[in-house]
Write a protein that binds this ligand. Structure first.
Ligand SMILES: NCc1[nH]cc(CCC(=O)O)c1CC(=O)O
Length: 311
């Protein structure tokens, strides 16, 4: 749009996506008095596929392509995404105009029956659609049973309450945003369940070269979160990041201006996992990622990837 008085946000129509778009709408309206911000809701391919786990469908950008097309046509100015769902390489002609402050990036344990993973008896059933979480359970709690669960946050909770699972592992961020924070029985420490690249942050996608919109949204950007998630996403990008491989990457800012990046790649069939970590200046997140990648590769990351993708 050519003026500062209007901004159209393209968004998926899941409750979480709408919450996130409304959140950015409110940020914009508070910042720019009199600005009219509209949401343009749309259904993506990822939303239509409900019968399979996402890891089996694969495909990059299942949740973003339609939103990009709408921006390309000029029908919307920005798209708001969970950064976790944004492909490591954006489509040609798009950039991340801002990366927001992070909600709690850790995974959460949700169960009507048990207070934590440690309390679950052998054979109890945990629902998750994420290979990363599946691997975490297999390696730390080998006697639990992992079953796939699909659907948006509310649907998953309903399936849990119906008794299809004894517990779910979900992102704390999504639960808190939707007002289900009270369903969290335990937050799982990053040393047990290392989060996914970008988990808990929002990414604001903008057309490359749309300077007006880029400057409009720049106040939403958190330089610290941007640096941390850039390092996390680089690990995933370099390893061919897709939902078909259990992969974690999580960086935190430290008091000395450096970031601490930890990453993991593994095989959810065998339970094998390799970890690496590095610290480095916030100004050069890609160098920190490069150090972690080198260490992961030295520990066999490429072989593990091949084994997972070949099986
Ligand atoms: N993959 C789906 C998805 N994408 C973003 C979130 C939650 C919010 C976030 O991590 O920012 C979720 C749900 C979940 O993993 O439980």
């Amino acid at each position: 749009m050519s003026d500062n008085s209007r901004c159209v946000i393209a968004t998926r129509e899941s409750p979480l996506a709408l919450w996130q778009a409304e959140h950015v709408k409110a940020l914009l309206e508070n910042r720019y008095e009199g600005m009219a911000v509209e949401l343009l809701g749309m259904t993506t391919k990822g939303d239509q596929i409900l019968d399979k786990t996402l890891s089996k469908i694969g495909g990059k950008g299942l949740f973003v392509v339609e939103l990009e097309e709408t921006m390309r046509k000029g029908k919307a100015d920005i798209a708001v995404h969970s950064l976790k769902d944004v492909p490591m390489e954006l489509s040609e002609g798009f950039v991340l105009g801002a990366v927001s402050e992070r909600e709690d990036p850790r995974d959460a344990f949700v169960s009507p029956k048990y207070a934590s993973l440690d309390e679950m008896p052998d054979g109890a059933v945990v629902g998750t659609a994420s290979l990363r979480r599946e691997l975490m359970i297999r390696s730390h709690y080998p006697k639990l049973v992992v079953k796939p669960v699909r659907g948006n946050v509310g649907t998953r909770l309903r399936k849990l309450d119906e008794g299809q699972f004894d517990a779910l592992i979900m992102a704390s961020a999504g639960l808190k945003r939707l007002g289900f924070g009270d369903r969290i029985r335990a937050v799982i420490d990053a040393s047990v369940s290392l989060p996914s690249p970008g988990q808990g942050a929002l990414g604001i996608e903008v057309r490359e070269g749309d300077e007006k919109t880029l400057s409009l949204v720049s106040f939403i950007n958190s330089p610290e979160v941007r640096a941390c998630t850039a390092a996390e996403r680089e690990v995933s990008r370099s390893l061919g990041g897709s939902c078909q491989v259990p992969l974690a990457a999580y960086a935190v800012p430290e008091s000395d201006g450096r970031i601490w990046l930890r990453a993991m790649v593994g095989n959810h069939h065998t339970g094998e996992a390799v970890f690496a970590e590095a610290r480095g200046p916030m100004e050069s997140p890609l160098d920190v990622a490069a150090e972690v990648l080198e260490a992961l590769r030295a520990k066999g990351a490429e072989r593990i990837l091949k084994e997972v993708l070949g099986s």
